[in-house]
Design a protein. Sequence first.
Length: 206
Amino acid sequence: MVWFVRLSDWVLANKNIPYNDFPTNPDYYKRYKLYEFILENYVGDKAISYMEFGVHDGETFSWWLKRQDHPDSRFYGFDTFEGLPEDWGVHKKGSFSNQGKLPLLEDERGCFYKGLFQETLNSFLKTFEDTRQKIILLDADLYSSTLFVLTTMAPYLQKGDIILFDEFFAPQHEFMAYHNFLQAYTYVRIKLIAAANNYTFTAFQV
């Protein structure tokens, strides 16, 4: 209950932003209108490093590959592809599984890293060429997974990078991870620039 109140207060304090469809009828696909807004207003036609945490069947990953066609862009997807590693609300461990299979990938600019974030992200970052604007999509749903990515990526965040949350309106998961991250990493400054589907999907700029 405490975290729901905190989230409600946060929403009231963050209504006047460049893009916001609140209040609106719930629609999962409104995420893509938010992505279009980000691409048009904060990315343009320059090369990016797109990092998606929680790929599932690759629907969103494929959308970004198709919509951002700069030849020097790179796309990285992280997932176990075996579903949630723990329960998340009514969704039980193993939900959102892709039966361990990597989604079909026909674009050489993209690649997947199979395993828990705690097993793959640090080794990935050892050779990561951090020269492009980063678009970081957090779609792991869980507090623990989201917080791990935020804290691990903190030293790599640069001015202009974009952080997207896919289930921000979950008070004790993505929202709590966002809140606790900023409390601990006080040197990080991010600004809310977009929200869709009643703050389910949010976008922040570093």
